[in-house]
Design a binder for this molecule. Structure first.
Ligand code: SF4
Ligand code: SF4
Length: 659
C-alpha cells in the first residue's frame, strides 16, 4: 500500500472551509491592496541596480544576515519562525493542490518526507514562538514596547500549531497510522492521548470538533495579517529590497530649486516618497532606534520610533473610510502630528539608522520635514535664522571677516588664488577658521603640513561654509547656493587632494558636492596624517604614560566608516595608551552637535557630551581625543562645565605634541 493519508478525514466541513477560505483571502487581498494604495499616494522615486538588489536581498533574507538580525538569540528565533511558516505554507498548499486539482502530490515518499518536514518545521516554529514570548514578556528589554497585537499574534500562531499537532495525534491514535513514525510530533501526541485513556470514539468526536476550531484559527490568521504587525513580513522585506545603494546617508537632491513657491519639503503625507510611506508599515516597533538616540537620551521630545508610529497612526486615520475630507486635505503633519521641537532635536547622528533592522531612513524623513519649515515660513528659532543670515551674507555662521594672518599666526599660509595649483588643498572649515578652540587645530595642521614639507594651500576668503548644517537644518535653497559657489571656486584651481579636519566638511565635500558637479579626492586629516606618519616624514617621539580615550565622531565613523585611521594615528605614538569608550565605533554616542544642533541655544540642555566626558573619566584617560571640530567644541564645553581635569584635544594636536 502506498503511503498517504485521507484528506479531510473524519470531517464534512470541506465545503465550508473553501467558502471561508475565499472570504479570508478576500479580506487579506483587500487589506494588502489598501496598504499598497496608501504607499502609492507618495512621490515616486527611481531605484538603480535592480539585479544587484535582488541578489543582496535574497542572500540577506535566506541567510538571515546578522547585520539585520542583531544577536544569535534573535536571529535563531526569527529563522525558525520564518522557515517554519514557509514550510507549513508549502505543505498546506500541496494538500490544497491535490484536493482541488486532483494532482497526486501527497503519496509515497513525497508524502512521508512532507509529513516529516511539516512536523519538524511546525515544532521549530513552536520553539521560535516560545523564544519570542520569553524575550518579550520575561526577559523584557527596556527599549522594546509591545502591543496587544503582538500578544495576539503569538497566541494565534501557538494555537494553530498546537491544535494542528493535537489533530494529528488524534488521527494517528484513531487510525493506528502505519506511517506515524514520519510524523514524530503527531506520534508523541497520539502516545499522550493513549496514556490519557481517551476512547477511540471520543477521539473521533474530539477530532471533528477541533478541526473546525483549527480551520477557523488558520483562516482568521490569514485574514488578520494585513491588519496586524505581521504584515511587516512583506513591508519590511520590500523596504530592505529598496534600501539606498549609496553607502552614506545622503539627502535627496531638490531639483529646480529656484522655482518660485516650490514645496521643498514634506508638510503633508502625500509629500513623502512612496518608500517613506512604505516605511511606516515596515517598522516593527522594536525600539532599537530609540535606544542610544542622543536626543532621546537628553530628554528631548524626539524618539525615531515614535515619529514613525505617530505618522503611521495619522496615515491610518487619514486613509480610513470615516476620514474628514477637509481635515485630510488641509491638515499639515508639522505640529499636528510631529512637533517642530521634535524635528529640531535630531542631530542626524545616524545611530537610529545603523541599528534599525528594517533599514528605515529616519534622517531623510526628518530633514524632509525640516525643509517644509523653510518653504512655509513656519519657523526656525531666531538663533538659527541669524546663522542663515550670516552665512548668506558673509559665508560663515558668525558673520565674521576672515583674518588669514591670525589663522596663520605662526607662518605664512599659502593661498590657492596666488599659487593657482597645489598638491594638497587644506579645507580649513568655518570652525577651523573662526572658532577660537578649533583655530588652534588649524594652526597645528599648518605646522604639521610644513614640517612634513607638503605642497599645500588654502582657499582663504574664497572658502565659504560648506553648508553641512544648513542642509541638515532643511535650508536646501541656501545650501545649494553655497555648494554651487564652493564648487565653482574649487573648479578654478588645480589640486590633487582636499584634506579637511572636520568630518562634516569631509562628508559634504565628498558625498554631497558630487550632486553639484564637485568630484574630488577628499581625505580626512586622520587619513592624511597617517599617510605622513607611515611615509616617515613625521617622526614621533615617545609620549610617556599618556592615556588617550578616542571618541568616534558620527560623520567620520557611522557616515564614512573611518574608524581605524584616527586610532592608527594615535597608536603610532610610542608610549601612548589608547582606551575605548563603552560604546565605540558604529555604536558611538553622538556629542549632540550635528544636524545644525550646534546653533541652537537649547544644546546646553543636552547631556550626551557630559556622558562622553564621564565615560572617559571612568577610563582614567588623560586626554579625551576626537577628530571633529563640532565634537571638540561640545566636549570642551562639557569638560569646562563639569570642572573636569580631562584635556580635550584633536588627534592632530596630540601628534604635534609628540614631534
Ligand atoms: S524604525 Fe527600525 S529600529 Fe526603530 S522601531 Fe522601527 S524597526 Fe525598530
Ligand atoms: S539621527 Fe541620531 S538624533 Fe536623529 S533620530 Fe536618529 S539617533 Fe536620534
Amino acid at each position: 500500500m502506498e503511503a498517504t493519508r485521507q484528506l479531510f478525514w473524519n470531517t464534512n466541513g470541506k465545503g465550508l472551509m473553501y467558502f471561508l477560505a475565499l472570504i479570508s483571502f478576500v479580506i487579506f487581498i483587500f487589506g494588502c491592496s489598501k496598504k499598497i494604495r496608501n504607499w502609492l499616494q507618495g512621490r515616486p522615486i527611481g531605484y538603480d541596480d535592480l539585479g544587484l538588489r535582488f541578489i543582496t536581498f535574497f542572500s540577506d533574507i535566506i541567510k538571515h544576515d546578522k547585520e539585520i538580525f542583531f544577536g544569535t538569540f534573535r536571529r535563531f528565533m526569527h529563522l525558525v519562525v520564518f522557515y517554519g511558516l514557509i514550510m507549513l505554507t508549502i505543505g498546506t498548499s500541496v494538500i490544497a493542490i491535490q484536493d482541488h486539482f486532483g494532482i497526486p502530490l501527497f503519496y509515497g515518499m513525497n508524502y512521508l518526507i512532507l509529513s516529516l518536514l511539516m512536523d519538524l518545521f511546525g515544532l521549530m516554529t513552536m520553539i521560535g514562538i516560545g523564544m519570542a514570548t520569553y524575550k518579550r514578556y520575561i526577559y523584557k528589554l527596556d527599549h522594546e514596547d509591545y502591543t496587544l497585537d503582538d500578544a495576539l499574534l503569538l497566541i494565534l500562531v501557538f494555537l494553530i500549531l498546537i491544535t494542528g499537532f493535537i489533530l494529528e495525534g488524534l488521527r494517528i491514535y484513531a487510525t493506528n497510522d502505519p506511517w506515524a513514525w514520519w510524523s514524530p510530533v503527531g506520534l508523541a501526541f497520539s502516545e499522550l492521548i493513549r496514556i490519557s485513556g481517551l476512547s477511540v470514539l471520543s477521539a473521533l468526536t474530539g477530532y471533528a470538533i477541533l478541526w473546525y476550531f483549527h480551520m477557523l484559527l488558520a483562516l482568521g490568521f490569514i485574514a488578520y495579517i494585513p491588519y496586524s504587525k505581521l504584515f511587516h513580513m512583506f513591508a519590511s522585506a520590500l523596504n530592505i529590497f529598496l534600501k539606498p545603494s549609496s553607502p552614506f546617508r545622503g539627502l535627496t537632491l531638490v531639483n529646480n530649486i529656484s522655482k518660485e513657491g516650490k514645496n521643498l519639503g514634506v508638510a503633508r503625507l502625500e509629500d513623502f516618497t512612496q518608500k517613506q510611506l512604505l516605511e511606516l508599515d515596515a517598522c516593527i516597533s522594536c525600539g532599537r532606534c530609540q535606544k542610544g538616540c542622543p536626543a532621546n537620551i537628553s530628554g528631548s521630545p524626539l524618539s525615531p520610533r515614535v515619529v514613525i508610529r505617530n505618522l503611521k497612526r495619522y496615515s491610518i486615520q487619514m486613509n480610513s473610510f470615516f476620514k474628514n475630507k477637509d481635515k485630510a486635505d488641509n491638515h499639515s503633519i508639522i505640529d499636528n502630528v510631529i512637533a517642530k521641537e521634535t524635528l529640531w532635536s535630531c542631530t542626524t547622528c545616524g545611530l537610529c539608522e545603523d541599528k534599525c533592522p528594517i533599514q528605515i531612513e529616519h534622517i531623510k524623513r526628518i530633514v524632509d520635514m525640516r525643509r517644509s519649515l523653510i518653504t512655509e515660513s513656519w519657523g526656525y528659532q531666531p538663533e538659527v535664522q541669524k546663522v542663515f543670515q550670516n552665512i548668506s551674507q558673509s559665508g560663515n555662521p558668525w558673520g565674521l571677516r576672515l583674518d588669514v594672518k591670525y589663522l596663520a599666526e605662526v607662518s605664512q599660509v599659502p593661498l590657492l588664488n596666488e599659487k593657482k595649483q597645489t598638491d594638497i588643498l587644506y579645507w580649513v572649515g568655518c570652525f577651523g577658521s573662526y572658532e577660537s578652540r578649533n583655530m588652534k587645530v588649524s594652526q597645528v595642521m599648518f605646522k604639521l603640513l610644513e614640517k612634513a614639507g607638503v605642497d599645500y594651500a588654502i582657499l582663504g576668503r574664497e572658502e565659504k561654509c560648506c553648508g553641512d548644517s544648513v542642509r541638515r537644518l532643511g535650508n536646501e535653497r541656501l545650501f545649494q547656493q553655497l555648494a554651487l559657489e564652493n564648487v565653482y571656486n574649487l573648479n578654478q584651481y588645480k589640486f590633487k587632494t582636499i584634506v579637511t579636519h572636520c568630518p562634516h566638511c569631509y562628508n559634504t565635500l565628498k558625498n554631497d558636492y558630487p550632486q553639484f558637479g564637485g568630484h574630488y579626492r577628499v581625505l580626512h586629516h586622520s587619513e592624511y596624517i597617517l599617510e605622513l606618519i607611515k611615509s616617515g616624514v613625521l617622526e614621533l617621539k615617545v609620549a610617556n604614560n599618556l592615556r588617550v580615550n578616542y571618541h568616534d565622531p558620527c560623520y567620520l565613523g557611522r557616515y564614512n566608516s573611518i574608524y581605524n585611521a584616527p586610532r592608527d594615528v594615535l597608536s603610532s605614538i610610542p608610549g601612548l595608551e589608547l582606551v575605548e569608550m563603552k560604546n565605540n565605533r558604529a555604536k558611538a554616542l553622538c556629542c549632540g552637535a550635528g544636524g545644525g544642533r550646534i546653533w541652537m541655544e537649547d544644546i546646553k540642555e543636552h547631556t550626551t557630551n557630559s556622558i562622553l566626558v564621564i565615560n572617559a573619566q571612568k577610563n582614567e584617560a588623560d586626554i579625551l581625543a576626537s577628530a571633529c571640530s563640532l565634537c571638540l567644541t561640545t566636549l570642551s564645553d562639557a569638560v569646562k562645565t563639569m570642572d573636569s581635569e580631562l584635556i580635550c584635544q584633536d588627534i592632530a594636536e596630540i601628534v604635534y605634541n609628540a614631534l
